[in-house]
Design a protein around this ligand. Structure first.
Ligand SMILES: *Cc1c(COP(=O)(O)O)cnc(C)c1O
Length: 378
């Protein structure tokens, strides 16, 4: 059976350029980049070229890029590192209720360390109101962390505007840019997280942009790698593959049209559906749709059997059978949140795949509703 992949926000397939760069690095740049001999220098050169490629993607200086193991580590290093490095005993952080678990759990850890955290909510379209962020600032606020594009809905937050008020208040600004990198310009923030495997490179590598002059406490203790921000012999192959992928445009130009085609067909042909976050600006590859009376997990399985990979939301929390914290924060009732599916498109998708997906969704939703005791059959 043909497989059609519509779950690019969970991870992306590895593009040929990244695979090629990866495999070349294993033969040509296998040495330790810290070694002073020629073999080490070859690995160092490969690593530094990769750093320059990632820096070019973010329009920053190579020295401002710290390679990490992925988006989760970048978020943790930014949040824990910046707050722990900040002097003073009374500290406060502002974040939002719709962040990725990598941010929410890092903030929960800070709370255990005695840091106060304010979780700003979102409106029905999934947007944080900058006025609420402004009002939540205190004299002891150290950091604001607000994601750029949401992984479940694609909603793009007013990060630039909130970064401006952070600057005005002398507060550090971090943004989780894992879903936005390659699609949107990096806003003017102090810290920005990105992940290789969301951008057609292999898993296990990411980066944190650190604006010059920002102090970070390391999370690991060891050598002085990555300008003493992240000890451990560098993942040269991962970085080189990430660099190769970062140099390419992430999405094809057809994605907005493909996403609109998918949304309008489902809304028109499946009764009792709504698009979550449609009132807000969104990245063009993502759509999150509620199917009244349908269990989201059941629809994922039904579509999987027909050859389509989709998800109910975050890959990290699927299997938990809990409704998405993002959709609940947007005010959806639990039942409706559990009846939601995320379709995230990518480079490999085309019109014929989208049309096949539309037919499969129509058939699967109708089938599940016939079995549903709660769906009002009309
Ligand atoms: C995937 C994701 C992460 C985590 O990145 P990993 O590289 O998988 O650790 C963090 N934030 C967002 C928004 C994501 O989509």
């Amino acid at each position: 059976m043909n497989r059609f992949y519509f779950d690019h926000n969970a991870t992306t397939p590895v593009c040929p350029e990244a695979a090629q760069a990866w495999s070349c690095s294993l033969t040509d740049a296998w040495a330790n980049p810290s070694s002073i001999h020629r073999d080490g220098q070859a690995a160092r050169n490969a690593l530094e070229s990769a750093r320059a490629q990632v820096a070019a993607l973010l329009h920053c200086q190579p020295a401002q890029i710290v390679f990490t193991s992925g988006g989760t580590e970048s978020d943790n290093l930014a949040i824990l590192g910046a707050v722990r490095a900040h002097p003073g005993s009374r500290k406060h952080v502002v974040t939002s209720t719709i962040e990725h678990p990598a941010v929410l759990a890092a903030c929960a850890q800070l709370e255990r360390e005695g840091v106060a955290v304010t979780y700003v909510g979102v409106d029905a379209s999934g947007l944080v109101n900058p006025d609420y962020v402004k009002r939540s600032l205190r004299p002891e606020t150290v950091l604001i962390s607000l994601m750029h594009a949401n992984n479940e809905t694609g909603v793009v937050q007013p990060v630039e505007q909130i970064a401006a008020l952070a600057r005005e208040a002398g507060v550090l600004m971090h943004s989780d840019g894992v879903q936005a990198a390659g699609r949107l310009q990096m806003p003017q923030v102090d810290l920005y997280s990105v992940s290789a495997h969301k951008m057609y490179a292999p898993k296990g590598c990411g980066a944190l942009y650190v604006r010059s002059g920002i102090e970070l406490q390391t999370m690991l203790y060891g050598g002085r790698h990555e300008r003493s921000r992240r000890p451990g012999t560098e993942n040269v192959a991962g970085a080189v593959a990430f660099g190769a992928a970062a140099g390419l445009a992430q999405d094809n130009d057809r994605l907005p049209a493909l996403r609109d085609r998918l949304e309008s067909a489902i809304i028109a042909q499946v009764p009792g559906t709504r698009i979550n976050g449609s009132g807000a600006p969104r990245i063009s590859n993502t759509t999150n749709i509620s199917f009244q009376g349908v269990e989201g997990e059941s629809l994922v399985i039904a579509l999987d059997l027909r050859g389509f990979a989709v998800s109910t939301g975050a890959a990290c929390s699927s299997g938990a059978l809990e409704p998405s914290h993002v959709l609940l924060a947007m005010g959806l009732p639990r039942e409706q949140a559990k009846a939601s599916l995320r379709f995230s498109l990518g480079r490999g998708n085309d019109e014929s795949q989208v049309d096949a997906l539309i037919s499969a969704v129509i058939a699967s939703a109708a089938h599940l509703r016939r079995l549903s005791p709660t769906y009002a059959h009309v």
